[in-house]
Design a protein around this ligand. Structure first.
Ligand code: MG
Length: 453
């Protein structure tokens, strides 16, 4: 994965351990990152629970120390905990994680001193150093130091519990079933629930670097145990991904709650108090726009990718942003996906309404969605996209990342995959029949373009 399309993918550097992500590759990546950081920096490094995380982390430490940087070992931490620490202390950060990928993967995320993942321009600068091997190094007397830090998780926990109304939560009698997916949240989210005075139980809350219970991706098919446990026993269930920057929810009936509903709920809560901007990737639900209009507010769309959404939020002063995969970004806390902050805020919302979670969700605008993908050889993708653009002249469309055509209360997004020979199709409508018709129309168009080739 890592070596095929340059160093960085959509979520940092990733690969299979001891295959493409071997020691040599990790050290060269770290030397390139360390060279990019400059001279004598202080760099905080954290990791998720993966079996390979220590191997990757210590290779990074050696590389950075050889360049004269001081390294701060944060231990096992959620990515947003590392990002918060980075921001508060003005230090560069490196997170060792492959997020939701299977256990044989690992990866490296680079965090700027503002606590947000570096942008594409900085990634390109690191790539250039990597390929020409223009690595900074120091003589023996100027080598960096290794320092352990043990307050990164506590700092994150403290910051989150301060951001919610603890009084209404304490009196709410809310109970939570929590699935840590054996990942980074094992030391933070249970602690947050304890401090908030919530009755809770946990599953997969021990360190297991091989993720034996389920892959650390909080999607419906991985959360059957959580659904079973939650049904009729808890106010809701929550599950984090491997590095706990994301969280997914299950209602009191044991039904999975889709991320677009949670996005819409957070947007409503935030915009009803204060009007402003919400930043979403182009593929996000229109329901947020409906809510934004109600509160005299606006949705700004970006290319797909959480760091892109976060950077746009900083640029525009937006109040909230996120993705429908469980990544929610709150500007009053920090500009990154923030799994435990989202968990605490869902508790606060349920405490405020004093109603079952399923009823709160049922109040949100209803949209129908359809997603699929068509296999298209990489060399043919450009042809299809160019001709499609010609065919839709005169229509209302947005061309930020793929092509999104908007027709009344329906839209369809046709977007080439960044990594695979696929064109992805996302469609949404307020009306089930309109959804089918827009979806079929464009699927036919793409297929007939492919026939012409
Ligand atoms: Mg993640």
């Amino acid at each position: 994965m890592a070596s095929k399309r340059g160093l960085f993918g959509t979520n940092g550097i990733r690969g299979k351990v001891n295959e493409d992500l071997n020691l040599n590759f990790i050290m060269r990546s770290a030397l390139a990152i360390g060279s990019f950081f400059g001279k004598n920096e202080k760099i905080v490094v954290g990791s998720d629970t993966r079996k390979s995380s220590d191997m990757v982390k210590f290779a990074i430490f050696s590389s950075l120390i050889s360049q004269g940087h001081d390294v701060f070992d944060a231990g096992i931490v959620p990515t947003p905990a590392l990002q918060l620490y980075s921001k508060m202390h003005g230090k560069f950060g490196i997170m060792v994680t492959a997020s939701h990928n299977p256990p044989e993967y690992n990866g490296i995320k680079v965090i700027g001193k503002d606590g947000t993942e570096i942008d594409e321009r900085d990634e390109n600068a690191i790539e250039e150093i990597f390929y020409i091997e223009n690595f900074r190094k120091e003589n023996f007397a100027s080598l960096g130091n290794y320092i352990m830090v043990n307050d990164v998780n506590m700092n994150y926990i403290g910051s989150i519990v301060e951001k919610v109304n603890r009084e209404i939560i304490k009196d709410s009698k809310i109970s939570v079933a929590l699935d840590c997916s054996n990942g980074s949240s094992i030391f933070t989210s249970p602690e947050i629930l304890k401090i908030l005075g919530i009755k809770y139980t946990t599953i997969n809350c021990n360190r297991d670097g091989l993720f034996i219970s389920h892959n650390p991706e909080p999607k419906e098919e991985n959360l059957k145990d959580l659904e079973y446990l939650t049904k009729n026993n808890f106010s809701f269930g929550a599950a984090h991904d491997g590095d706990a920057d994301r969280v997914a929810f299950v209602d009191e009936n044991g039904s999975f709650v889709y991320g677009d509903k949670i996005l819409t709920l957070f947007a409503r809560e935030i915009l009803s108090k204060r009007k402003g901007y919400v930043v979403l990737p182009i593929s996000a639900t229109m329901a947020v726009e409906e809510i934004a209009k109600m509160y005299d507010s606006k949705v700004i769309y970006t290319r797909v990718g959480a760091p892109i959404v976060a950077r746009k939020m900083i640029e525009t002063g937006a109040l909230f942003g996120g993705e429908d995969n469980g990544g929610y970004i709150f500007s009053d806390h920090q500009y990154c996906r923030d799994g435990a902050m989202a968990l605490a805020r869902i508790i606060e919302i349920i405490a405020k309404y004093k109603r079952p979670f399923s009823e709160i969700i049922a109040d949100l605008p209803e949209y129908y969605q359809k997603k699929s993908s068509i296999h298209v050889e990489k060399k043919k993708i450009q042809y299809v996209m160019k001709n499609l653009k010609n065919e839709i002249k005169g229509k209302n469309f947005i061309h930020i990342d793929g092509i999104k055509i908007i027709e009344g209360q329906s839209w369809i997004l046709i977007r080439p995959s960044g990594t695979e020979p696929l064109i992805r199709i996302y469609a949404e409508s307020k009306d089930r029949k309109d959804l089918e018709s827009i979806y079929n129309e464009y699927q036919k168009k793409i297929k007939s373009l492919l026939k012409d080739l």
